[in-house]
Design a binder for this molecule. Structure first.
Ligand SMILES: Cc1cc2nc3c(=O)[nH]c(=O)nc-3n(C[C@H](O)[C@H](O)[C@H](O)COP(=O)(O)O)c2cc1C
Length: 199
């Protein structure tokens, strides 16, 4: 019993050390604009049902200095999560794309496309946005918020199917809630973006 208490104490101590050192590293992080964004007109587009993706998008805008536009639905989903989930599942199965506001992406070189994950897929309003626009000669950087998981390859395939063969970078991911130092975590992700458009 005593040995078990020691093991638990050591484990908790190590865990606390790891968390504190991660926080210290993040607190001191500095944004180094990746070449892929240098001298580019950046647009951050997002859909958010509960605010997580909105928070990420606003931080992305503030770090990159780009513009921001929200995807809005003509007909909002129910506030009742069970009703909403049921409808989303049905719409995903049917390949339904909801009606959204027009977003003008002309004049931008890089578009951050920010979406929650819905049933291991891109959220439906963001699918509509991807389908409605022409991304020729633009770079798409997908940014997903999630609570459990989704496969990166499937998400990229979905974007390819909706947009045609355009320049899509590896998606960035952020866990939904309880995120500390959001801005610093975003900087950390952006600093890892490819430095070369071809990458
Ligand atoms: C209908 C629905 C389906 C979801 N499916 C998934 C999922 O398959 N995988 C996952 O990791 N998170 C899933 N989530 C959680 C959301 O992706 C996560 O909470 C996200 O941060 C919500 O973003 P928002 O606050 O901007 O709406 C789902 C949420 C909803 C509402």
């Amino acid at each position: 019993m005593e040995i078990l208490s020691y093991v638990i104490c050591i484990f908790l101590f190590l865990l606390a050390t790891i968390i504190v050192s991660k926080i210290i590293v993040l607190k001191n992080i500095v944004y180094k604009e990746p070449k892929i964004l240098a001298n580019k007109k950046v647009l951050v587009v997002y859909y958010s049902n509960n605010g997580n993706t909105k928070n990420i998008a606003e931080n992305l805008k503030s770090v990159t200095g780009g513009d921001i536009k929200e995807i809005e639905l003509n007909e909002k989903y129910s506030d009742n999560i069970f009703k909403m989930s049921k409808l989303v599942r049905k719409q995903l199965k049917e390949g339904y794309l909801p009606k959204i506001n027009n977003i003008d992406i002309s004049g931008y070189d890089v578009v951050f496309v920010c979406s929650p994950i819905w049933d291991f897929s891109i959220s439906l309003p963001v699918k509509s946005f991807l389908k409605n626009n022409n991304f020729e000669n633009k770079i798409i950087i997908p940014f997903f918020t999630y609570s459990g998981g989704a496969g990166k390859n499937k998400l990229i395939k979905e974007i390819e199917n909706l947009t045609g063969n355009v320049n899509i970078k590896n998606p960035l991911f952020m866990f939904e809630n309880g995120i500390i130092l959001v801005k610093e975590q975003i900087i950390n992700l952006l600093n890892k973006l490819p430095n070369n458009i071809e990458n």
